[in-house]
Design a protein around this ligand. Structure first.
Ligand SMILES: [Ca+2]
Ligand SMILES: [Ca+2]
Ligand SMILES: [Ca+2]
Length: 485
């Protein structure tokens, strides 16, 4: 292959992956005429992302577009209200996984040569298993509860006695998917009441066929399964599979089923909305669709253990912001992780900054009434070494270091990888946030007519003053349900 051939092959790969060629367009109207006019003027393909938001994903064959070009006169802006890049959003990975990635790759390669780990390209579990119905479970105490320091430190058990523990509250997990058949989650998955499973029809007419437990916006299917790759792929490809299942367990794992762990709101329901792939990234377009779905299908709370950096041009983030605002108008509380930038500040890879007030991470730093942002503490009440903070933009600190929760295949983990010399634990503001989402569901279930704002205020009031975060978060404290009345 000569150089010219190589160059054209590369160009094909670039345009096929869509990077640089996908935009979000807000049109003045969603009528056929306006859509057609845009395509006639500018070419490419429009896919509807949000009817209420009038947002489309515009895929254009011209892979060399940039915002400068888009703002220039070459784009026909007739009928166009806004145009933004379809930015990549990332889950906030375990910082120790991030920091040890190259070392781990070397160690795993050695093990791989000895055939001790499954080779690259082998999923740990088949994707998209049939969605099972819950069956009757045993009763008995949960054997791993004594190891859940986040439940103990927030007096979750006390709150379960004083409240309906999240009953009738729906929490949408927007993430890498959820193992909806996990033995400790299956009974607490949201079941779409208007949908008849497996009849290939959109019974409730919400635009999604057979959406029984949620939707997969990354793969566009009705099985938002948390696809888990081999350890090698996790390390090489930058993902953190099992992330969404781990988040879901912190919120709503089943109480007293004689199995595993408990979530902070063990009577709440988990709506699984996958928009981040097994490689740890998802598009803003898919995030907007997932947020709309949650708000339109009855979710009270959205958990967002993900985000993106801002380049300071806040106008480029307005369509994600508008989606969260729309959800707010429908009464939805949006829980956002502050980000894990501090680890990077200590010499790791490039990433997020420490102080969200100074250098905002989105959606964490959106100044919206229904956005509630969470930092992470460890079991000694120190601010986690990696946790972002923000006296204005971050509200509360919650448990986020070495968190024990559910992972795909009926398993439980507080440690992702232990190779002896390298130990990677389940850490992150990603884990702190679902603790608060669960606490919010538990508080909300005491008074289902309460608003997102009053539930959030109550969590602030209940927080316990904590020295390490007194100047770092708005409440000056950590999540605590001990004083709940
Ligand atoms: Ca449907
Ligand atoms: Ca799927
Ligand atoms: Ca359990």
């Amino acid at each position: 292959m000569n150089l010219t051939h190589l160059a054209s092959a590369l160009a094909l790969v670039i345009s096929a992956t869509g990077f640089g060629a996908e935009y979000l367009v807000k049109l003045q109207s969603t009528d056929f005429k306006t859509e057609q006019e845009f395509i006639r003027n500018n070419g490419g393909v429009l896919d509807l992302v949000s009817r209420e938001g009038r947002v489309y994903k515009w895929s254009t064959p011209q892979s060399n577009l940039n915002m400068k070009w888009a703002h220039s006169t070459q784009l026909n802006r007739s009928g166009v209200e806004k145009l933004e890049p379809n930015k990549r959003l990332k889950i906030f990975l375990s910082p120790s996984l991030e920091a040890n990635r190259s070392q781990l790759a070397r160690a795993l390669k050695d093990l791989n040569d000895e055939e001790q780990v499954s080779p690259s390209g082998t999923p740990a579990y088949p994707d998209n298993p049939e969605i099972k119905k819950p069956s009757k479970q045993n009763t008995g105490s949960d054997p791993l509860l004594s190891k859940q320091w986040g439940m103990i430190g927030t007096d979750a058990a006390g709150a379960w006695k004083k409240t309906p523990a999240g009953k009738d509250i729906i929490v949408a997990v927007t993430d890498t998917g959820v193992d909806y058949n996990h033995q400790d989650l299956i009974s607490n998955m949201w079941r779409n009441p208007g949908e008849i499973p497996g009849d290939n029809k959109d019974n409730d007419n919400n635009g999604y066929v057979d959406d029984v437990v949620g939707w997969d916006f990354a793969a566009n299917d009705n099985k938002p399964y948390d696809l888990t790759l081999s350890l090698m792929d996790i390390v090489l490809q930058g993902g953190n599979p099992g992330h969404g299942t781990h988040v879901a367990g912190c919120i709503g794992a089943t109480l007293n089923n004689a199995l595993g762990i408990v979530g902070l709101a063990p009577n709440s329901k988990i709506m699984a909305l996958r928009f981040i792939t097994e490689n740890g990234q998802g598009g803003t377009a898919e995030a907007i669709s997932a947020i709309d779905y949650a708000a339109n299908n009855g979710a009270n709370i959205i958990n967002a253990s993900w985000g993106g950096e801002s380049d300071g041009q806040t106008e480029e983030d307005t369509l994600l912001r508008e989606a969260i605002e729309r959800a707010g108008k429908k009464g939805v509380l949006f829980l956002a992780a502050a980000g894990n930038g501090r680890a990077n500040a200590q010499g790791g890879a490039s990433g997020f900054d420490i102080d969200n007030d100074e250098k905002p991470v989105y959606p964490a730093a959106y100044d919206l009434d229904n956005v509630f942002t969470v930092a992470a503490i460890d079991s000694e009440n120190n601010l986690a070494t990696f946790s972002n903070w923000g006296k204005k933009s971050v509200k509360l600190a919650a448990p986020g270091v070495k968190i024990l929760s559910t992972v795909p295949g009926d398993k439980y983990q507080d440690t992702i990888i232990n190779l002896g010399s390298i130990v990677v634990t389940w850490d992150g503001t990603s884990m702190a946030t679902p603790h608060v989402a669960g606490a919010a569901a538990t508080v909300w279930s005491m008074d289902p007519k309460a608003t997102a704002r009053t539930v959030a205020d109550k969590l602030m009031d209940l927080s316990t003053d904590t020295a390490a975060v007194s100047d770092k978060v708005a409440s000056g404290g950590r999540l605590d349900l001990h004083g709940l009345k």
